[in-house]
Write a protein that binds this ligand. Structure first.
Ligand code: SF4
Length: 118
C-alpha cells in the first residue's frame, strides 16, 4: 500500500479502503511473486552442497571448473557452485563432480522427478 494514509494498515485493511477485494489482491500479489521466482525453479536440477563438511580438495573444481570454484569461506578454502540450478546439458559434469567428491558433500536433486540423484 503506497499512500501515506496507509501507515499501520495491513493488506486487508488497505484493500478495503481502496475498494479492492482482499482475497483477489492477495491472489494477484502471490501470482506476481511466483512469476518472479519461476526462472530459477524451472531448472530441472538443483545442487545441494554441504559447505561446512567440504575439505577443500578441489576435485570437483578440477572436473567441472565452469561450475565449481574454490573460495575462502570463514578462513577455510571451500568449493562453491557458480550455479545451483541447471538443466540436462550441464548434468553430466555436475554429476561427475559429485561422484568424485571424497566426502560426499555434493548432492543433486532432480526437481522434475522430485528425488535426490546422488
Ligand atoms: S570435491 Fe568435495 S570436498 Fe573436494 S572441494 Fe569439492 S566439494 Fe569440497
Amino acid at each position: 500500500m503506497g499512500c501515506g494514509a496507509s501507515e499501520f494498515e495491513n493488506i486487508e485493511q488497505g484493500a478495503i479502503v481502496h475498494g479492492l477485494d482482499p482475497k483477489t489482491l492477495l491472489e494477484e500479489l502471490n501470482a506476481s511473486i511466483t512469476h518472479t521466482i519461476t526462472p530459477t525453479s524451472q531448472a530441472r536440477y538443483r545442487i545441494e552442497h554441504n559447505i561446512p563438511d567440504c575439505i577443500g580438495c578441489s576435485a570437483c573444481a578440477a572436473i567441472h571448473p565452469n561450475n565449481w570454484e574454490m573460495k575462502e569461506v570463514n578462513g577455510e578454502i571451500k568449493a562453491l557452485p557458480k550455479k545451483e540450478h541447471f538443466d540436462d546439458g550441464e548434468f553430466e559434469l555436475n554429476n561427475e563432480a559429485a561422484e568424485v567428491c571424497p566426502v560426499n558433500v555434493i548432492h543433486i536433486h532432480d526437481q522434475k522427478m522430485n528425488k535426490k540423484i546422488i
